[in-house]
Design a protein around this ligand. Sequence first.
Ligand SMILES: N[C@@H](CCC(=O)N[C@@H](CS)C(=O)NCC(=O)O)C(=O)O
Length: 165
Amino acid sequence: MTTRLYTFTISHFAEKARWALDYKRIHYQENRLVPGSHIPIVKRMAPATFVPVLRDDRRVIQGSSAIIDYLDARTTERPLTPADPSERQRAIELERWLDRELGEPVRRVFYFHALNDPDLLIPLFNQGGPWWAVCFVASASARSPIACARCTRLRSRMRRSIRIA
Ligand SMILES: N[C@@H](CCC(=O)N[C@@H](CS)C(=O)NCC(=O)O)C(=O)O
């Protein structure tokens, strides 16, 4: 059974899913997508556009928390969430709180600056991605000479989705 994890290189929610797979010692292949061009690829598999998405022979799972639950259901070895009901509830609450209060704000602060700094963003987005990613990401960055209406829409979409005013 091939397990594939669709990610972005610098997504901490994708990192959470990578850690979960590594901790469970499940072998997987990582497919690093380029932000923006990921939309049609992810939408073909899953209801929303975000990564991480995990795909194996049985199912497609979207979102880091759902992936953690699925991996625990797939193999009970090295559990990620405690079995005891009250400890389990506490772990789930803590995870939700950290996603909301730490994960999302840190990302917002990062992109507030990074979306206007192509020299920082292009190499980060492009790590391990396809050869054409440099052009794609460069064209979407704020100071690019080849910025086009479509790329400006992409930047606006990113700002909207992570609630940068
Ligand atoms: N609650 C989700 C959040 C995932 C998320 O926000 N992913 C971002 C990258 S960090 C993403 O894919 N954004 C692009 C999009 O929504 O199309 C999870 O825990 O996986």
